[in-house]
Every structure is written in C-alpha cells, then in structure tokens.
Design a protein around this ligand. Structure first.
Ligand SMILES: Nc1ncnc2c1ncn2[C@@H]1O[C@H](COP(=O)(O)OP(=O)(O)O)[C@@H](O)[C@H]1O
Ligand SMILES: O=C(CO)[C@@H](O)[C@H](O)COP(=O)(O)O
Length: 467
C-alpha cells in the first residue's frame, strides 16, 4: 500500500494526514499549535510541522508529500536563504494604507483587476511588501526572494536547496497581487513597484508538477497550494459548489472555469489547485467570533451552541457586527465590532450567543451574494472549518444563507487536498484521485431574510469606518 502525506499549515495550527494513496483511507495524523499573533517567525511553522509529523509517525514510508498553507503571508529571504524578518500574515492590517496607495498609483481598482484579478487589500502580499519598503527599508533592501508560507515549508522540506529552487502553485501565486491568473504570468513591475526592486519569486508549477523531493528521501514533493484551494481539492469541489470555511478567516469560494475580475473588491479573483479558478470572498472574523463570545460568557463551545439555539432566530433584535479584528470584506481594516439592539430582554448569554452565530454567518451570506453577483451558480453550499463543528452554526447557516447546507464529515480538508495532490503528482494522471467520503450531513431550515436585513442595517452604523 503506497502512502502519501498532506499538510495544512494554517493560521492557528499545523495538521498532517497520512493516507493510503489508492483508497484515501486515513492511516495516521498529527497536529501542533502555531503561536498567536499576526506577525510570526516562520521557524515556528517549521517547529510545529516537525511536531505534527512526529505525531503522525514520521514521513519515512510516504511516497509523496504536499503542503497547503494559509495564503498571502509575506516571507522575505535574504541571499543566503535566511528569513529577513517575521512573516506578516494575511490578517495583519498594518498595510491597509499601502493598499490604498497602490490602488491610486495604478489608476484605480479596475487597473488591478485587469492586471491580477484582485483589488489589493491589506491581506495581499503586494501591500505588505510596500509597507516593508516604506517602514523597514533595510529589510526591504536585504530581501532577495519573496515567498509564501506554503512555498517556504515546501522548500524547507526539500532541504532549502537555494533560492532558485523555490516553487509555488497557481492557487497561492494568485493571492500575491503580482501574479495574474488570467495570463499565468508574474507582474514583476507590480512587485518592483511595491518592494522597490526585483526579487526571486517561486516558479509557478502546474497542478500535478513536482517541486522536487523530500530531503534525504525519494518521496516526491507536490507544488502544494493556498489553504482554500487545497480545501476545494480535498472536498472534490466542482462547478456549482460553494465552499464556506469557518476557520480564523471566513471564506466563501466557488470553482470557476474562467478568471474573475471584480473591481468592487469584494471577490478576489484567485486560481484553484486543479488548473481552474477560485473566486473568493474572505472575512477576518469567523471561528474566533465564537471563541470570543464563549470567553465572554465563560462557557465552552458546546454550551455556546446550546445557548444560541435556546432562543429564536433574530436574537430578539440583538445584532453583533463582528468586526473584532477590523474587516477585510467589506474593506474596513480599522473597524471594530459592535452590538446593536440591546434591551433588558436580550441582555442575556443566550441572546448574545445567538447574535454571535448570526453575525458571523451574515458576513458570509454577504460573501455568497457577492459570488453570485460575479456569476457563480450555486447548487450546493459545503460548510467546513473549525467553526462548522458548532451545532448552532450548522443549524443556523441554512436559515441565514437561505439555502440548504451540506456538512462533510469532520476532517482536515486542506491537508486532505494536499494529500490528493501528492497522489496526483505520483500518478501523473489527468485528474486527481477520487476518494469516497461517507457521513455527509445535510441541514435545511426556513430562510430568515429579516435577520440579514437587520444585520445590513446595523452594519451601516459601525464605528471606525475609516480605512
Ligand atoms: N466545536 C466548535 N465550535 C466552534 N468553534 C470551534 C469548535 N471547535 C473548534 N473551533 C474553533 O475553530 C478554530 C480553528 O479552526 P480551523 O479551521 O482549524 O482554523 P485555521 O484553519 O484558521 O487554523 C478555532 O478558533 C477554534 O476555537
Ligand atoms: O486570506 C485568506 C484567504 O484569502 C485566508 O483564508 C487565509 O488563507 C487563512 O486561512 P485560515 O487559516 O483561516 O484557514
């Protein structure tokens, strides 16, 4: 039995799955935590990966490995391959001003969607490079290569074989802001505009191309991908599917045959991990809204869910606009969260719990609408990520989204997507392997448009709107 490994180096943790290449059966797994914060030393991801690999029984017997990772993080390397400074993550908003500047310099949002399919926001790597140029010129000058978290881990797994060996894939390259999904080329002029000079960028590999071999082994390395593209591959998502992921980020994305270009900036025009495209809406506030609400109420997730389900839809008019870490979609990096509609009746743990669940889901419902406005045809909504473990989320999502929701069995879909890619690299087949998945649950509920209407009203009244 041939084994493959898939890795998910996400915002909060690193997960490793070892699967049977033929059947997809889960053979072993491991996980380790990442440090908190929006600025992280890449060495911490490497340490967590080593711990997760050890927990998963090592990689000695696997024939291929691939890495899925949090998108956009800025990893700068000097000429000798040393990390120049801690990575700025996708949820670090300090480069919001740089985003505004870059949009203006190029002639507005449409110039960016024409160039790279997305309008820059603080999450995109290109804005982080501009921030570096302006705030840490010495670090910018030392930067000889720029890569992303999954690129860097793949390169380390290969034994750090020189900057020219850096590799990435279409999915993650499309989140940089200097690679065009439509043409498949880097826009080095945009990299230079941001960083102030040219730099080595990872080669962009095709979906089943190999990035080399694992150091000291003959196991093949896949190109890997950004976590959302890897999750779509892990789920076997096809046209008609919208994947909603409730991790640190809230994401709604769809598989598309053609690149998208939304000059409103709501939908990012990313690529997927199969040679197609992945229009995507991302919020900064998802599972951690539930974490924060549970902490505030002094309960665990199971109790938060029970409380939320103990009061009716609409939470008696109480609305949480959950911009707890600023927001990316809508682009309000300095916004804060707010509670609207408090009364003596609703000032209770149960109403607050319900408002937290509904608030985070309304943000994602807006995302699904934005995808539809860009032409996505939605036949199925697949709900994944840590937040999807909440029963209240599963039962409330169909009401807020106004459509049934499918919850695949609990699993690590990003790591699974990486594992599927690893098999694909091994087989060289036209399509990735098909693995059976049992235990999918369907949730349906009567739509509650009034919840969204009240949320929309509250969303227009938040403080600290200035970008
Ligand atoms: N039962 C649960 N209910 C709600 N949230 C949960 C539950 N279990 C885990 N979470 C939350 O899910 C998040 C982790 O999800 P994950 O998809 O792994 O995130 P990421 O990919 O961003 O690292 C954490 O914030 C965690 O507290
Ligand atoms: O920035 C994005 C997508 O554009 C995020 O989805 C990151 O890729 C982080 O993902 P999680 O760790 O929250 O899964």
């Amino acid at each position: 039995m041939a084994l493959v490994a898939g890795i998910d180096s996400s915002t909060q943790s690193c997960k490793v799955v070892v699967r049977d290449a033929d059947t997809g059966e889960l053979v072993r797994e491991g996980r380790a935590s990442h440090p908190d914060g929006t600025e992280v030393a890449p060495a911490a991801w490497w340490d967590a990966l080593q711990e997760a690999i050890a927990q998963a029984g090592g990689l000695d017997d696997v024939e291929a490995v691939a890495v899925g990772g949090q998108q956009h993080g800025m990893v700068c390397l000097d000429e000798s391959g040393e990390v120049v400074r801690d990575a700025l993550l996708w949820n670090d908003t300090r480069s919001a001003g740089a985003a505004t500047e870059l949009i203006r310099e190029l002639g507005g949002p449409s110039a960016w969607t024409d160039a790279v399919g997305s309008v820059p926001v603080a999450s995109l790597t290109v804005t982080k490079l501009r921030w570096l140029r302006d705030n840490e010129p010495e670090n910018a000058a030392r930067t000889a290569a720029v890569c992303l978290p999954h690129d860097w881990l793949t390169w380390r797994l290969a034994g750090s074989p020189g900057l020219e060996a850096l590799a990435t894939d279409r999915g993650d390259a499309s989140g940089t802001g200097y690679w065009s999904p439509a043409t498949g080329d880097y826009r080095r002029d945009l990299l230079e505009r941001a960083l102030g000079h040219d730099a080595v960028l990872p080669r962009v590999l095709g979906p089943r191309e190999s990035a080399g071999t694992l150091a000291g082994s003959s196991a093949l390395l896949g190109a890997g991908s950004g976590d959302n593209a890897a999750a779509a591959l892990g789920l076997g998502a096809a046209q008609g599917d919208v994947v909603v992921s409730l991790g640190t980020s809230g994401v709604a994305c769809a598989i598309a045959d053609a690149p998208s270009a939304d000059a409103s900036g709501l939908v990012a025009g990313f690529a997927d991990a199969t040679g197609r495209f992945l229009p995507l809406v991302c919020t900064l506030n998802a599972a951690r809204v539930l974490d924060g609400a549970a902490r505030l109420l002094g309960v665990d997730h199971a109790e938060l869910s029970r409380l939320a389900l103990s009061v009716p839809a609409g939470a008696g008019g109480l609305v949480l606009v959950p911009y707890l870490e600023g927001e990316r979609t809508p682009d309000l990096p300095n916004a804060t969260g707010s509670l609207h509609g408090l009364t003596l009746e609703t000032m209770t743990p149960a109403f607050l719990a319900r408002a937290a669940v509904e608030g985070l889901l309304c943000g994602l419902a807006d995302g699904i609408d934005a995808l539809t406005a860009q032409g996505a045809v939605i036949e199925r909504v697949l709900l994944i990520g840590g937040g999807a473990k909440s029963e209240a989320v599963r039962r409330t999502a169909p009401a807020v989204f106004g459509r049934p929701v499918v919850v695949p069995p609990a699993g690590e879909y990003v790591a699974d997507g990486a594992a599927r890619q690893a098999v694909w690299v091994l087989s060289g087949a036209d399509e990735p392997p098909v693995w059976a998945r049992e235990g999918t649950e369907s949730y349906d509920a009567e739509a509650t448009p009034a919840v969204r209407e009240r949320y929309a009203e509250a969303r227009g009244k938040i403080l600290d709107k200035v970008g």
